[in-house]
Every structure is written in structure tokens, then in C-alpha cells.
Design a protein around this ligand. Sequence first.
Ligand SMILES: O=P(O)(O)OC[C@H]1O[C@H](OP(=O)(O)OP(=O)(O)O)[C@H](O)[C@@H]1O
Ligand SMILES: O=C(O)c1cc(=O)[nH]c(=O)[nH]1
Length: 447
Amino acid sequence: MIDDVPRRNLTKEAEVSDLRCIKALWRAGSAAWAVPADWWAPAVDAMVLALHRGQSVDHACAALGGARARTGVGVAEGLRDLAALYASLGRAEPPLTALCAFASGWAEASFAPMAELTCDDPLSGLATPPYLRTRLAELYREAAAGGLSPGSSHRLVVVSLGVPPADPFVRIADLLRAAEVMRATFPGGDTLALMPPARVAALIRVRLAVRLTALRRSLRGLAAEVVAHRLPETLASAVRLTLPQTPPAPTSRGGGGNGAGGPDLRLSTMSDREKLLDEIKAKGVVHGRVVLSSGKEADYYVDLRRITLDGLAAPLVGRVLLDLTEDLGYEAVGGLTLGADPVATAMLHAAAARGQVLDAFVVRKEGKAHGLQRRIEGPDVAGRRVLAVEDTTTTGGSVLTAVTALREAGAIVVGIATIVHRGGDEKLAAAGLPYRTVFSLADLGLG
Ligand SMILES: O=P(O)(O)OC[C@H]1O[C@H](OP(=O)(O)OP(=O)(O)O)[C@H](O)[C@@H]1O
Ligand SMILES: O=C(O)c1cc(=O)[nH]c(=O)[nH]1
């Protein structure tokens, strides 16, 4: 029997023999070990040596606790094993300092991997939704401290893959491709996040928004929709943008284009712009001799009121025009009545659906002689950044009339946007304003 008196004058061989013996006794006294081969660790030898030599066991106990944690042994099981060592030597239970050292070593080793956890999705390398929300919270805090609105400095660009492909491999491949395109489009320090199941987002500074066109181009062939959300007033609204979305509803009237009564997958996976183009071709183009607003004659007419007042197409108009002009930074939108009116209200409602506030206004063709005699109806535009819109431009005369009236009213016109461009290039260019159009006549097969 090996007593517990420290043996300082033993020969090397005798000490080795004692240590072996203690270890065997300890092992025998230890409870059944889930994986027997895991019992021994260098820390076991260090523990036995310290105890045999009468040295402090704290360091060895901490190392033993760490070793036990790394092999998946629970703290209670590890402590019982430590107690078995003391018992095998006929000693009382381990002292409190030894127990504390063991527990600290065990805890440190158990929680170490957490310190290495990242906020990245392992497959795409993009940030996780919780990280994106943390980043948003930081941004809103910073904006509040500076008395600014996050909407004036940042956009949340969201690429949605429409109806996520049922095949998980196809979905992952599509998401990875979208992630890659996002990384290439926004290579700076922007936060890029994966938003399962089928969205990728980038939190970007406004000045980078011009890259949206490039982004949309790069995503061609992926049936992806790109929306640049101006950050809403409150963090809660911004966070809502990052939450899982309900799947898109079927988009064709009367349900099912597949003859089975289910959603029309072809339409629901198209981008808003593609859907709008189909709507205009189907409902807006009228062939025949017509006199245009300018007095000129033409062989066809694009009746966009049948689009901007259509319950299915109007929301598309709103979203597509918001996307097209989102880098221009405006607070109100409108144009010369009547064609521009539903365009502006479609944009107002599309913005509201995105948690943004956008005012609309109507520019009368002539001033009004009674009432408040206002030429421009709606919230005041004086001193505000406004976008002039039209459903179509043939000579550009109508929209430029609106621009003149807006300037006379003190508005800052930041650009012109229209759904279909028929003509008026020279006049519009002379206005010196950014001019955006969703479709050309060639897009409609009329050019
Ligand atoms: O570029 P332009 O040559 O000005 O033509 C385009 C304008 O013509 C149409 O409106 P219209 O003049 O028929 O009047 P309405 O909007 O009152 O219907 C259309 O809605 C545009 O406003
Ligand atoms: O020039 C126009 O009056 C005009 C052309 C057109 O195609 N559509 C329309 O509404 N107005």
C-alpha cells in the first residue's frame, strides 16, 4: 500500500513504480468510463505526480478538468473521478481549492469553442440574420445620436428568389449564386447577410445604390427580385424587413395558369418588371389610328391608364418605379394630371408597403380659380426633393410642364421617371435632369 506521505528521497525508478501503482488504484476506483481509452490523459500523470510529491495540485486539477471537458466528460463525472483518486489513496475528499481548479479548467475548456463562434453562415460565408439585426440596431443608435434618419444614409437591398425552388439543392445553388453576385457588387465593408429560406440582403450606404443596376444585370437568369428598401423610421420596422416572409401569393387573376388550380409558377417567379411588361402588352397596347396629345397621329396607342388603374398591374408600377429611382432620394412624387396621378399613388402605396413614407401630389393643367386656388394639390412641395412622373412621354411636353410648375412652387426636382418612353428625347435631355424609364417601345415590340 502506498501511503500519502510525500516521498522526496525515492530513486527515480521507485517513484515511477509508485506513480504507476497510484494510477492503477485510481483507475480501478474510478467509475465505469464511457470510452475507457479516454480516461488517460497527460493531466492524469501530472495529477498523480503532484499528489505523490506533496505539491499543490491546483494546476494539475485545472488541466485535468480541461482534459475531461475536451473528451466530453461532464463536470460531475469528472469530479467523482477526482474523488476516486483521493479515495484510492485512503484520503479524505479533494480539498475545495482542488475542486475549484478542476471546475474552472472544465468550464474554460467547455466554453472555449463559443469564443470562436462567428456570425457567418458556414455555406455562403454571409452574415446571419441575427448579425444583420445587430448591425441595424447599431446604425439606428448612431443615427439617433447624430440626429439623423437612417433612411437618408442607408438602404437594405434585398434579393429574393421568388418562390424558392422545391429542390433544396437547387435552392442552395441559387442562393449561393445570389450571395456571390452580392459579394461582387458590394465588395466594400457593407453587411451582406443570408436570410433563409430564399433571400440575400446587403445593408449599404446610399451612394452605393447606383450599383443596383449592375446587381440586377448580374442576377439575370435567376428569376430574382431586387428591392432597395430605404431604411424606415423605426428599428422595429427595419427588423421586420429581415424576418422570414410569407411565400408570394399567386399573381394571375383567377388562379392557376398550370390548369391544376395551383399558383401560376411561371408568373410568380418572374420579376416585377417582367410581370409589368406582360401586363402592358396584354392590356395596354391598342393598335389603330389615333391622335396623340401633341396633335400628331400614330398607328398605336399605349393606354397606360388601363395599367395604372388595374388592381393587378398598379402595385407592380409602384414597386418597379420605386426600384428604378431609389437612388434619387426624393420625398414626394407626382406629375401632370391625369396620367401621372395613379402612377404617383401607386408609388406612394408601394413605399408604404415597404415601411417607407412617400408623399404624392397632383399638378393641375391649369391653376384653379376657386377654393385655395392651388396649382399643385397635396402636401406642400416647397423646399422638398420631388420626382416628376408620367405614364408615358411622347414629346415630353406634359412632364416638363409639371417640372416647370414644381420649380415655380419652390420644389427641388431631382429627376423624371416614366413607365413607357415613346419619344421627346431632346426636350427631356435639355431639362438637365436624370431621366428614367421602365420600358422603351422596343421592349413592347413596337419600336
Ligand atoms: O409627352 P407628351 O407629348 O406630353 O404626351 C404624353 C402625355 O399624353 C397623355 O396624356 P394626355 O395629354 O392624353 O392627357 P390625360 O393625362 O389628361 O389623359 C399621357 O398620359 C401623357 O401625359
Ligand atoms: O402621346 C400621347 O398622347 C399618348 C401616347 C400613348 O401611347 N399613350 C398615351 O396615353 N398618350
